[in-house]
Design a binder for this molecule. Structure first.
Ligand code: PSV
Ligand code: MN
Ligand code: MN
Length: 401
């Protein structure tokens, strides 16, 4: 195999989310899965299985307080003994009664303060886990015209983010996620990349935009957003998943493999850019999965997700950039498009089997997982729990996962 390709593929990293290993559901029903992880410790055990079989998924994002423990040093140690690291810290300012009208944008100053304190507590957690990213998603918004003053809410958001930003230790970042709608249906305070971006610009260098693939309207060109933010030096990372309708949180690269490929194409191109800012930004991204598996076997679903990202990345690495450039400079529309399609249509599975042989892991991770008996073992040991994930038994009411 081409040594550059091998090096790039070995260096790929995909962080998996603790919440993808536990039971979860829709607003209608949480299905209890045999063997679903019940605690953060079990979630780390499952993540270690994904890492063992893929070799590219050592990071695990955690959600506070769902995954809160007394001693984060111990959590870090437990992770490290399993070849894992604790990745992004995800605060939760959307499940407490007080947040009915919002968290950092709430009209009540005391509630805003409570939310900001939680975010600051999460910065402390980062220090103990050695995490680089504070990953912020807000359910804040309004349901009806006139419910609250939109400009005041913008200002409250800015002030809250700024306080948290200024508390971040050096070398760390805050990733500011946006979402078109849900759970607020009239106006969401961070409604698109532009809203996140302008807050990030205003509050400081440690603030970057997080692109969750599920958080856009139908037909939005996400790879263009990626290109734009890379060029501005403000792209921080991704939440990978697949969508058809809303924030579906299905397995990345299932309904949208071409979109995922085009996103990776921009990332590969950016990481090799002659422009320093773009290059540096592209080389420092956090690639995270944000999925909750309601009906799928949890570990296998996570394996599939990591492998789909790996395939897309491999295809993106195969794009013939010289040919593409030549076609672009001649204005040869279809030749340029065919360069992309040639890479997209390449069957990279044999290449990835070679890679795994080089990495000393099984060439067929899903097959190996199925044969390992891991699922049967955890089903025996953990049983079938109602709830048990980060989510309450009835799922995340009002949020589609
Ligand atoms: C809710 O939309 C959400 O899926 C966001 O994408 C967050 O990143 C995630 O939950 C975890 O809080
Ligand atoms: Mn997300
Ligand atoms: Mn989401």
């Amino acid at each position: 195999m081409n040594p550059d390709l091998l090096t790039a593929l070995k260096a790929q990293r995909i962080e998996t989310p603790s919440w993808g290993y536990g039971n979860s559901g829709t607003r209608f029903k949480t299905f209890a899965a045999a063997g679903a992880a019940r605690t953060i410790w079990e979630k780390l055990d499952d993540a270690a299985e994904v890492q063992r079989l893929t070799g590219i998924a050592p990071g695990v994002a955690i959600h506070i307080p769902w995954d809160a423990v007394d001693d984060y040093g111990e959590l870090k140690k437990y992770a490290s003994e399993r070849g894992l690291t604790i990745g992004a810290i995800n605060p939760n300012v959307f499940q407490d009664e007080e947040y009915r009208l919002g968290s950092v944008t709430n009209p009540d100053e005391a509630v805003r303060e409570q939310a900001i304190q939680h975010l600051l507590d999460c910065v402390e957690v980062m220090k103990q886990t050695g995490s680089r990213d504070l990953s912020l998603w807000f359910a804040d918004g309004t349901n009806y015209a006139g419910q609250d003053d939109l400009r005041s809410r913008k200002r409250r958001m800015r002030a809250g983010l700024k306080r948290v930003h200024d508390a971040l230790p050096s070398g760390t970042r805050m990733l500011v996620e946006y979402k078109l709608f849900e759970p607020a249906f009239y106006a969401t305070d961070l409604f698109d990349w532009g809203a996140s971006y302008s807050h990030c610009l205003a509050i400081g260098d440690k603030a970057q935009v997080l692109v969750d693939l599920g958080h856009h309207a139908q037909g939005v060109n996400i790879e263009q957003i990626v290109a734009f933010l890379l060029d501005e030096g403000r792209l921080g990372g991704f939440h990978f998943n697949a969508r058809r309708y809303g924030d579906d949180d299905l397995i990345v690269g299932t309904s949208n493999p071409f979109e995922l490929f085009c996103i990776y194409a921009e990332l590969v191109y950016g990481a090799n850019s002659a422009d320093d800012l773009t290059k540096q930004t592209a080389q420092n991204l956090s690639y995270m999965i944000d999925q909750s598996h309601n009906i799928e076997p949890k570990v296998e679903a996570m394996l599939q997700s990591v492998l789909n990202c790996q395939e897309s990345y491999a295809k993106a690495l195969l794009i013939d950039r010289d040919l593409l450039k030549e076609a672009q400079s001649k204005g040869d529309v279809l030749a340029a498009h065919r360069v992309m399609m040639d890479a997209f249509k390449t069957d990279v599975r044999p290449l990835l089997m070679e890679l795994r042989a080089e990495m000393g892991i099984h060439s067929e991770p899903i097959e190996a997982h199925r044969q390992s008996g891991y699922q049967e073992k955890v089903a025996r040991e953990r049983g079938t729990q109602t709830g048990g994930g980060g989510y309450p038994v009835k799922g995340k009411a009002g949020v589609s996962r």
